[in-house]
Design a protein around this ligand. Structure first.
Ligand code: CAA
Length: 261
């Protein structure tokens, strides 16, 4: 598939950068853009050498300003349902990638944009980033998982207030409320993302994958079942050559050289 609305770059070994690229519409998500996102997600998933995916928006104004309102405006109920299902599938696909996915939120992350950022494993925001679920102002709820992921990330009361008032939340509030992990000056966003991606790419790949699984899957389990899952994943990672290398390197007081085996 050739992309018209996104850019997928292999920025450095193991590090992919996916940019939503419709700056004239503030990177709004229409069906074609969602289809391209699904394709790009599959391509990254199929690359065994992939270590980290960074997701961002083109231009200096928006990460993604939401689902495309001009595309939605004439939709029938059934078409809207299919659009919501498509968007939800794309968000779940990004969330399910076996490698860490970091959102670099460079501007407005509203509606479907906030949902895209929340489908990533964590968020680094530029100082000018703005988050929110303003769908209520259009007479609809979020449709790409926003009510569900926001409540899980911020808790019931904060999420309820945000979706019902539709108000915008600036980067400093996103940081305080735990939605964003870091806030950096806009000009430093990509560098900060790449810096973190390089750090992750240098870790033992199997350990990173099992860590993502342990935290993600464990959150859906009770504590005892989550600890059983952790033990299985611990044993799985223990069987890797990288585990031997990591422990031997520690004992030999040198840096480990991980190979993903
Ligand atoms: N869909 C389609 N086009 C959009 C868009 C969107 N979500 N957001 C912005 N645009 C377009 C505008 O229509 C405008 O196009 P034209 O130049 O052709 O008129 C262009 O992008 C620039 O936008 P503005 O002139 O509005 O820029 P601004 O700086 O004045 O305002 C903004 C920026 C506050 C982000 C404002 O654009 C805005 O409120 N956008 C809509 C945000 C929104 O409601 N998002 C939720 C969408 S619904 C959704 O996402 C549902 C879901 O979960 C599935």
């Amino acid at each position: 598939m050739t992309y018209q609305n996104i850019i997928l770059e292999h920025a450095e070994p193991g590090i992919y950068v996916l940019t939503v690229n419709r700056p004239k519409a503030l990177n709004a998500l229409n069906a074609a853009t969602l289809a391209e996102l699904a394709d790009a997600t599959a391509r990254v998933a199929e690359d065994p050498a992939a270590r980290v995916l960074l997701v961002t928006g083109a231009g200096d104004k928006a990460f993604v300003a939401g689902a495309d309102i001009s595309a939605m405006q004439p939709m029938s109920t059934l078409e809207a349902r299919a659009f919501s299902e498509q968007g939800s599938r794309v968000m779940s696909g990004i969330e399910a990638l076996p490698i860490p996915v970091i959102a670099l939120v460079n501007g407005y992350a509203l509606g479907g944009g906030c949902e895209l950022a929340m489908a990533c494993d964590w968020i680094i925001a530029a100082e000018q980033a703005v988050f929110g679920q303003p769908e209520v102002n259009l007479g609809i709820p979020p449709g790409f998982g926003g009510t569900q992921r926001l409540a899980r990330l911020l808790g019931r009361a904060r999420a309820m207030e945000l979706v019902i008032t539709g108000r915008q939340m600036k980067a400093d509030e996103a940081l305080r409320s735990g939605l964003a992990n870091h806030v950096v000056p806009g000009g430093q966003l990509m560098e900060k993302g790449l810096e973190m991606a390089r750090l992750i790419a240098a870790k033992a790949p199997v350990a990173v994958r099992v860590l993502k699984q342990a935290v993600q899957r464990g959150l859906d389990l009770d504590l005892a079942s989550g600890c059983v899952l952790e033990t299985s994943l611990f044993a799985l990672a223990f069987g890797t050559a990288d585990r031997k290398e990591g422990m031997t390197a520690f004992l030999e007081k040198r840096s480990p050289k991980f190979e993903g085996k």
